[in-house]
Unconditional design. Structure first.
Length: 75
C-alpha cells in the first residue's frame, strides 16, 4: 500500500509540468492548423495569427496571486 501512495505522490508532483507542456502543445497545434490564439502578456490581451502577427485586443487586469493550497470561491 505504501508503494502505491509513493507512486501516486510522484505522479501528482509532475502534474504542473505536464499541464504546462499540454498547453504549449495545444498553442502550437492551433497555430499550425491555421487558427488564431489568444495570449495575455504585460497587462494586455493579444490575438496571435499563424503568420506570427499579433494584434492587441484590449488591456486586462493584472493576474491574481494565489498561494499554493489556497482555496478560492468563484463568483
Amino acid at each position: 500500500m505504501i508503494k502505491q501512495e509513493e507512486t501516486l505522490s510522484y505522479l501528482e508532483s509532475h502534474i504542473p509540468e505536464m499541464a504546462a507542456s499540454a498547453v504549449t502543445q495545444a498553442y502550437w497545434q492551433a497555430l499550425a492548423s491555421g487558427n488564431k490564439v489568444l495570449e495575455s502578456r504585460n497587462g494586455a490581451l493579444y490575438e496571435i495569427s499563424p503568420d506570427g502577427s499579433r494584434k492587441k485586443l484590449k488591456n486586462i487586469a493584472a493576474p491574481t496571486a494565489v498561494v499554493r493550497g489556497e482555496k478560492r470561491r468563484l463568483k
